[in-house]
Design a protein around this ligand. Structure first.
Ligand SMILES: NC(=O)c1ccc[n+]([C@@H]2O[C@H](COP(=O)([O-])OP(=O)(O)OC[C@H]3O[C@@H](n4cnc5c(N)ncnc54)[C@H](OP(=O)(O)O)[C@@H]3O)[C@@H](O)[C@H]2O)c1
Length: 327
């Protein structure tokens, strides 16, 4: 069932910030990590997303070693004003050093990284600029201070952080308002619910869950087994052969609820997330990643689906049973 008759709800991006579609689009897989991409279909997916009310498009400077930002440039040029772009700095890997996974949050790195991102994206201002990961070698105040200067200079509109601890979010927010916190959140990864989500609600920070479909694992029992051998996810513990049967038993629960409602497992996983955000009173814009229009339509429709209390109870215990740590 793909109910597209109901408009995608809207959510504030940070307290007092712009009103955006309550679902964004993760663009990472269009350029790296998830196997070959049909470029024409990926481009059509971007256009369809905007038609359906999706306004936040998520990338990072390291996705495809810059290629993902460059891929978005044409779409952004055609849709400036309607489409907001979120990108990230922090990983230092480049086309010359693709295996260098070290981090830098030094102000001089941030100042150079933003110029490269602006150029690749072909925009004058980045709508949302995230610290991709905390580099503990640099005091947080120095990095956030450098990010705030980018706002003053008009290079960036709003600031975001990814995967930080509660005290880091509080400290950063006191230096400059943090509009968004991007962290993993799904039926399989619920650690942000205890402290981070209530803190985000208190501070008026919008949560932007990444991998809301468990990197695809939550979409069907066959998902991991069907991946090509070069897919980066096969290196992740949750996709490891010894954990697949255990995790598939959990996905079977999601599929059973989906079947009872005539929806898909992916929609069930997303509807659960929207329900949890409502229960926690936090503004949320998940960014499921897809390169296909049919899946995008399915995911967008999930923003207005409702699960019963019995469904929520049945799904409540899954995360504790997941095999393999999250990475
Ligand atoms: N801040 C960070 O550290 C961080 C880390 C990871 C990701 N991210 C961001 O978050 C975004 C989303 O995360 P993710 O892509 O890793 O994981 P995800 O959204 O949980 O899952 C994406 C996977 O699910 C598949 N999929 C999507 N919708 C589907 C549907 N309705 N039915 C069946 N399969 C479906 C996609 O395949 P197809 O593409 O083939 O449709 C893709 O393989 C990324 O694109 C990226 O922008 C951020």
């Amino acid at each position: 069932m793909t109910n597209l008759s109901r408009a995608l709800p809207r959510v504030e991006l940070g307290r007092g910030g712009p009103s955006i579609g309550a679902q964004g689009l993760g663009c990472m897989g269009m350029s790296e990590f998830y196997g070959a991409t049909d470029e024409a279909e990926a481009r059509a997916t971007l256009d369809r997303a905007l038609e359906l009310g999706v306004t936040l498009f998520d990338t990072a400077d390291m996705y495809g070693l810059g290629a993902n930002e460059a891929f978005l440039a044409d779409f952004l040029r055609r849709n400036r004003g309607a489409a907001l772009v979120a990108t990230k700095f922090g990983y230092v890997r480049t086309p010359q050093t693709p295996d260098d996974w070290s981090l830098s949050n030094r102000p001089e790195h941030i100042r150079a990284a933003v110029e490269r991102s602006l150029q690749r994206l072909g925009v004058e201002t980045i709508d949302l600029y995230y610290m991709h990961r905390r580099d503990k070698a640099v005091p947080l105040a120095e990095s956030v201070g450098a990010m705030a200067e980018l706002v003053s200079a008009g290079k960036v509109r709003q600031l975001g952080l990814c995967e930080v601890e509660p005290d880091e979010l509080r400290e950063a927010h006191a230096i400059h308002p943090i509009a968004a916190l991007q962290s993993e959140w799904s039926l399989f990864s619920r650690d942000i619910e205890d402290e981070i989500a209530p803190l985000a609600a208190e501070l008026g920070v919008t949560l932007v869950p990444f991998a809301p479909l468990g990197r695809g694992l939550l979409t069907s029992r066959d998902f991991a087994r069907a991946l090509p051998k070069d897919d980066a996810r096969l290196n992740f513990p949750r996709f490891a052969a010894e954990n697949l049967d255990g995790n598939d038993r959990l996905v079977a629960e999601v599929e059973a609820i989906a079947a009872a409602h005539g929806i898909t497992a992916a929609q069930t996983a997303l509807a659960w997330l929207y329900a949890r955000a409502r229960a926690l009173g936090v503004a949320m814009v998940p960014i499921p990643g897809t390169r296909r229009r049919t899946r995008l339509e399915e995911n967008v429709a999930a923003a207005t689906l409702t699960l019963s209390e019995a469904d929520m109870e049945r799904l409540e215990t899954l995360a504790a049973k997941v095999r393999g740590v999250r990475v």
